[in-house]
Structures are given as structure tokens and as C-alpha cells.
Design a protein around this ligand. Structure first.
Ligand code: GLA
Length: 422
């Protein structure tokens, strides 16, 4: 049985970081040497624990979203199957929590203006109960405009009603997609981009306030494709994540265009508020094994939300192994919450790094070319001594540097992902 003194289990920090040598396991209890320090640590940790209880996006949200695979066809059975598979496949155990319904669930509003799901979703509350019964959370989708991107009713003029309806159903996550609100902006502020952007910001704030008023913690996901540098104001309107780009698709070209172009935004991400380069395409069939590993690795270095976008009920073992690579997930979920960036680029090869807790560093050696390339990591150049420890996070083994340099042959469109510790 685990020792009661193992605070690392409770707070997800190594015990040594919490109280130095102040706490030692002793007959199942703690031997306190420096009481004041320990009490301070407890106050700090109680605060941190309550912060993470009230902040459901303290690390980038992980889950699944219906759009990339099911698009407009998604129905209640697909969502239940996704929840079932998330548990039975081991994805839940690897950290995936949100089961998110994207566009096309919306039905009509009743005489009082309350939204109802369409016939594909006979009982949203029952669906939420089902998802919750699996220890998972349910997400939903709407727009600040009168219509969603797929032409279904949006929340325009019904923000409070919708937020309350979501809370009553037991919704835990809302993706709020600009779509037709763009038309409202242009109509209300013709030829005035600045004013249009102010209307957009106000619309996102309005829904955040409506969600907050329900008292239910609901992750708020902004989707307006990066317009008006959303990373600069997304957190101020209560966004927990914001899309930085237009839509991803299941090609290496599009995934790489998005992923490798996230520079300059890292400073805006952090616990509670994340840049979102869009949902994963892993397992949808349009990329090779190496390309999907690049996708997963790059998203982890970017501290991106990990929302699987494939059919979880029909996953190959290879797809599952990518989505549940715990070493790579741990990089994505690193509690420091610092987004990585490109450190070096030579031709079609790029080295990206992400600072981690305890002074460790995640390193991605990316080959964007169509032929294999050898890529060398110089430990000195990333601030590490020649004897630093290197772990290959896809091979799941330690590797060694020779004279402070580590060279890997990286396959076409592939990656070698390392964790470097002192
Ligand atoms: C937009 C979003 C997508 C998806 C669709 C649904 O295109 O960017 O992620 O939600 O709308 O209609």
C-alpha cells in the first residue's frame, strides 16, 4: 500500500519538491523536521489543490471530439461508443476525459426560447449521465451567431438560456465557434474592423459570464480561427483554450502547416489558458505512422489540448499506441504549463524544445523532408552538460550522447522525441 506521506501521489509533485527533506515516511506517517516549512507547504498546496479543483484546465484538456471523423453524422450512439471505447481502450487511464459533441446536435428552440437537441440526440441529460457514469465529462458546441458553421441554431440572443440549459444537462465543456457571428459583426460595424473585433470579444465574454453564472465549472473553448490575435485576449474573456488557426485536416501538409507555425504564441499559454492548434487527426487514415507520431509529438511540445478526432470504437493498435504514449502525454501535461518553441532549424529539419518541471527539457527532432535526415542535438546548445540523461519517448528507452552530441536518423516527415534531464 502506498505510504500516506507520499504527497506526490496526492498533489502530482515529487515529495522532494514539496518539502525538501522535511517529510520522511515513517511507519506510514510523516516525520516532521521543519514544521514551519511544512505548514507553509501545506497552505500552498491546499491553495494549489483548490485552484485545480476550480480550474478544470490547469493542464491542457484531453479527450475526444466528434468533428474530425463523424462531422455532421454524429449521433447519441456514436458519442456513447466513444465514451465506452475511451474507457475500454485505456485512453481514460492515460488521461483522456472529455467526450465532446461538435456541431449538428442542435434542434429547435421552444416557445420560451430554450434549445432542444435534434432527433440524433433524443435525451442530452441522459447522455451526460451516461458519460459521467464512466468517470468522463461531456462537451458540447455552439456559436455566438444565430447559426453554427453547419447551419444549426446558435446561441445569439439566448446566451444565458443556453448556458443554463448546458449546466442543467450536466455539460462540462463548451466549444464556442464564431461562424455566423462574423455576419453580425459586419452588419453592426460596417467597414470598421476594430469595432467588429470589439463585438466579437464582447460576445465571447458574454457567454463566459453566462456560463460562470450557472455555477457549474465548464471549460470554455474559443473557436474563431485565431482572429485578432486571440491569444492576446482569450484569457481575459475567460477562455481556457482558443483555436489559433483555421481547420486542420487529415494530411501531413495541413497538420505541419499548422503545427510548425505556432511560433510567437508560447508566452500566452499557461495553466488555465492554452493555445489550441485544433484537434488531433491521429488514426483517421490520411497520414503515415511517422506523420501521426510527428502530430502527437508536436502537439505535446506545443502544450496543445489533446482531443482525439478519430473513431475510438475502431482503433488500430498502432493508433492507440500513439494516442496513449504516456511519455509523450506527460510532456503535454507537464504542470509547468510552458509551451515549447523552435530552437533550431536547418533546411527541412527543426529542433523544438519545451521546458518542463525540475529543469528538464522536451526535445523534438523533426524532419519535414520527404527523405530521411540525420539530426544532431548538441546538449551544450540547449544548456545541458555532456553527461545529461536522454530518453527516447517513442522507443521508450534511454539513449546516450557521445561527447555531448546525440545524433538520430529521423525518417521522412518523422520525429525523434527526447526528454533531457540533468
Ligand atoms: C468550424 C470549426 C470546426 C468544426 C466546424 C463545425 O469549421 O472550426 O472545428 O467545429 O466548424 O461546423
Amino acid at each position: 500500500m502506498r505510504d500516506r506521506c507520499d504527497l506526490s501521489r496526492i498533489f502530482r509533485f515529487p515529495a522532494a519538491d514539496i518539502c525538501g527533506y522535511a517529510i520522511e515516511p515513517m511507519k506510514g506517517y510523516c516525520s516532521v523536521r521543519r514544521t514551519t516549512l511544512v505548514l507553509t507547504a501545506f497552505v500552498f498546496l491546499a491553495h494549489a489543490a483548490s485552484a485545480s479543483a476550480t480550474n478544470p484546465a490547469a493542464v491542457p484538456p484531453m479527450g475526444w471530439n466528434s468533428w474530425n471523423h463523424f462531422a455532421g453524422k454524429v449521433d447519441d450512439a456514436d458519442v456513447r461508443a466513444a465514451a465506452d471505447a475511451m474507457v475500454s481502450s485505456g485512453m481514460k487511464a492515460a488521461g483522456y476525459v472529455y467526450v465532446n459533441i461538435d456541431d449538428t446536435w442542435e434542434g429547435q428552440r421552444d416557445a420560451q426560447g430554450f434549445i432542444h437537441p435534434n432527433s440524433k440526440f433524443p435525451d442530452m441529460k441522459a447522455l451526460a449521465d451516461y458519460v459521467h457514469s464512466k468517470g468522463l465529462k461531456l462537451g458540447i458546441y455552439s456559436s455566438p451567431g444565430p447559426r453554427t458553421c453547419a447551419g444549426y441554431p446558435g446561441s445569439y440572443g439566448h446566451e444565458q438560456q443556453d448556458a443554463q440549459t448546458y449546466a442543467d444537462w450536466g455539460i462540462d465543456y463548451l466549444k464556442y465557434d464564431l461562424c455566423s457571428f462574423d455576419g453580425i459583426m459586419r452588419k453592426q460595424a460596417p467597414n470598421n474592423l476594430e469595432q467588429q473585433n470589439q463585438l466579437m470579444i464582447a460576445a465571447y465574454r458574454r457567454m463566459h459570464d453566462a456560463l460562470a453564472a450557472t455555477g457549474r465549472p465548464i471549460v470554455f473553448s474559443l473557436c474563431q480561427y485565431g482572429r485578432d490575435d486571440v491569444w492576446k485576449w482569450g484569457a481575459s474573456v475567460g477562455g481556457n483554450l482558443w483555436r489559433t488557426t483555421g481547420d486542420i485536416n487529415d494530411t501531413y501538409q495541413r497538420m505541419a502547416d499548422i503545427g510548425f507555425n505556432q511560433l510567437g504564441r508560447a508566452e500566452y499559454a499557461g495553466p488555465g489558458h492554452w493555445n489550441d492548434p485544433d484537434m488531433l487527426e491521429v488514426g483517421n487514415g490520411g497520414m503515415t505512422y511517422d506523420e501521426y507520431k510527428t502530430h502527437m509529438s508536436l502537439w505535446a511540445i506545443l502544450a496543445a489540448p489533446l482531443l482525439a478526432g478519430n473513431d475510438l470504437s475502431q482503433m488500430s493498435a498502432q493508433t492507440l499506441s500513439i494516442l496513449t504514449n504516456r511519455d509523450v502525454i506527460a510532456i503535454d501535461q507537464d504542470p509547468l504549463g510552458e509551451q515549447g518553441s523552435r530552437a533550431f532549424a536547418v533546411g527541412m529539419t527543426e529542433i523544438w524544445t519545451r521546458p518542463l518541471v525540475h529543469g528538464a527539457l522536451a526535445v523534438g527532432l523533426f524532419n519535414r523532408d520527404q527523405g530521411a535526415h540525420s539530426i544532431t542535438l548538441d546538449l551544450h546548445a540547449i544548456g545541458f552538460p555532456p553527461h545529461a540523461t536522454l530518453r527516447d519517448l517513442w522507443a521508450h528507452q534511454d539513449v546516450s550522447a557521445a561527447n555531448g552530441r546525440y545524433t538520430a536518423i529521423v525518417p521522412p516527415h518523422g520525429v525523434v522525441m527526447l526528454k533531457v534531464t540533468r
